[in-house]
Design a protein around this ligand. Sequence first.
Ligand SMILES: [Zn+2]
Length: 355
Amino acid sequence: MVKGLVERLKAGETLVVAEGYLFEFERRGYLKAGAFVPEVVIEHPELVRQVHEEYVHAGSDVVLAFTYYGHREKLRVIGREDELEKMNKAALKIAREVADKTGTLMAGNLSNSCVYNPKDPETIEVTRNMFKEQIEWAVEGGADFIVAETYGMYAEAKLALDCILEYGNGLPAVITMSAHVDDTTTVDGLPLPESIKKLEDAGAAVVGINCARGPETIMPVLREIRKLCKGPIAALPVCYRTSKENPTMQSLKDPDTGKMAFPYNLDAWFNSRTQIDKFGKDCLELGIQYAGLCCGNCAHYTRSLAEVVGKTPPSSRYSPDMSQHFVFGRGKDLKYRHEYNNIKDRIGTDAEYAD
Ligand SMILES: [Zn+2]
């Protein structure tokens, strides 16, 4: 019997959560940047299963059903609204099977609706119905909990939480908002840390911040949230080198052209594994128990994060060991001192390799 989310958090465990499926499949050539709809779920289900398995292999404790942006509005935009239910159910089924096989937790996934406008009651009703149907499919699909994420507006995040509490059959809710360039206020003009606190008070099992910001610029926001929230906090940055000058991936520019790097020219800004390690250490220091990675995530980042928070996932078997390298290694197992050992500086650098 796999322990539930709330039980594991109460026991003080830190959960690692691999996300970033949209970007991963876009890079692999199975998903279009722009609309960002997870069509791959019905076109290449075997690949979705494989990436779920890779992420678990790398240390993810959660299999997040790939239903992000698999909602009515996005499907309408690409003219596949009639396949909405099929897509959601397929994604949930794959995720459930991988979770069962690997002894991990499976989460349903809601996102921002792309239609919600707090000043327009009709859009609020449309959003409510979009949340309701996806939540009901997640319940039916056997989700262990439901993640609702990337809300810029507090009111929409609160609506998602209310819907999970109402239609989620008692499943725990993980609610995260995104901190954009202004990290002090929500898009609907409320103080951000206080808004997150309100979501905690309203019954979310986990609250926090995901997407938009990289490890370096997400932590200051979370430090403010930590001061207010007493329960489990989620931190899921994008895996890009955001900075004070460019605090979000949307504000980063392609160094060659000066144009917006988001979403498909962010490659120059990928984090190093050392930076992901630092993020993991920051999470431990701040007592963040739901630590994950969003856009830009790859299996090697997930493994770095898992290892730094104290786990030994199956893929740790292949974690780097440069002592075995024929030029740069210094290991005692190297029987012969290779000729290249004497000319290291000519083929690389004399700098120490990272441990
Ligand atoms: Zn993201």
